[in-house]
Design a protein around this ligand. Structure first.
Ligand code: A3P
Length: 296
């Protein structure tokens, strides 16, 4: 409620060709110089790919499926958002990380070429989550309507054009998903898909646990799957961003946990928009065909 006006409906500034929120770009040097240490885990995504969902699964795995442990604080306090910085520090990742004892679980939306070098130097594990472009665009549109820190999304057709041109905060979705895909064998990386998580959450929870080197008993896995359904997270005040004030997240416009489905794009794309999008998509993804599914 005491958020100064100047940080709302943010401008974008380019960092090495990637449009970022002004508040992030202004503090770029300290993001770039961030010191990850061995054992830190990075959860990287393009916005709206299922970051929060994956964070909750990871935190539960690391805490042996104990619900109360994972309700110790809201998502963004438990697993700070590396590059974000807001004037009243409400979600500021940098300040949180300075006082947090490693090893840490760190969220980022940065494309791979902007991830601080210390993560690679220390061979930190990275979990990348990708979601099909059409559902991502729809989810990001609704999120931008509600999150007053994001630039004003305008109309859906205007927004879709910006998505296709890579003009939204954190840049091109296409470059983002391809950038991590190309590096996944060289880096210590698990590349996940939102659609796989929806199709078989248990299988994906097991994959994540395996990647983290955790042996998790069957009962605990089942418990984690139950605690990370859309409905369970929507009702969990420590996993649904309900602690962010209405002055930033305008809940009359949309909700953070909005639908959580695969294929909701069909309710937003006209057949004409879909055809134009598909044609452009085929051209842009051709050099690195990441195997997305647009429907289950
Ligand atoms: P929708 O807008 O399509 O509902 P992020 O955390 O990366 O910002 O992604 C947010 C998207 O993930 C939202 O998509 C949100 O509803 C969805 N989501 C969050 N938790 C989920 C869960 N447990 N199951 C399915 N979808 C979830």
């Amino acid at each position: 409620t005491d958020m100064p006006d100047w940080s709302l409906r943010s401008n974008l500034l380019s960092i090495k060709g990637v449009p970022l929120l002004e508040s992030i770009a202004m503090h770029w040097e300290r993001v770039e110089a961030f010191q990850a240490v061995p054992g830190d885990l990075l959860i990287a995504t393009y916005p709206k790919a299922g970051t929060t969902w994956t964070q909750e699964i990871v935190d539960l795995i690391m805490n042996d499926g104990k619900k109360e442990e994972c309700m110790r604080a809201p998502t963004h306090i438990r697993m700070p958002f590396l590059e974000i910085s807001t004037p009243n520090k409400i979600m500021s990742g940098f300040q949180l990380l300075q006082v947090m004892a490693p090893p840490r679980v760190i969220k980022t939306h940065l494309p791979i070429q902007l991830v601080p070098h210390s993560f690679w130097e220390n061979r930190c594990k990275v979990i990348y989550v990708a979601r099909n472009a059409k559902d991502t665009a729809v989810s990001y549109y609704h999120f931008s309507r509600m999150n007053q820190v994001q630039p004003d999304p305008g109309t859906w057709p205007e927004y879709l054009d910006k998505f296709m041109r890579g003009e939204l905060p954190w840049g091109s979705w296409y470059d983002h998903v391809k950038g991590y895909w190309k590096e996944k064998e060289k880096k210590n990386m698990l590349y996940l898909f939102f659609e796989d998580m929806k199709e078989d959450p248990r299988r994906e929870v097991l994959r994540i646990a395996g990647f983290l080197g955790r042996h998790v008993p069957v009962d605990t896995i089942d418990n984690i799957v139950q605690l990370t359904t859309f409905a369970a997270m929507k009702n969990n005040p420590m996993a649904n961003y309900s602690t962010v004030p209405d002055s930033i997240f305008d809940r009359k416009a949309s909700e953070f946990l909005r639908k959580g489905e695969v294929g909701d794009w069909q309710n937003h794309f006209s057949s004409q928009q879909s055809a134009v999008f598909d044609e452009h998509y085929r051209r842009v993804i051709a050099d690195t065909p990441v195997p997305f599914r647009f429907l289950l």
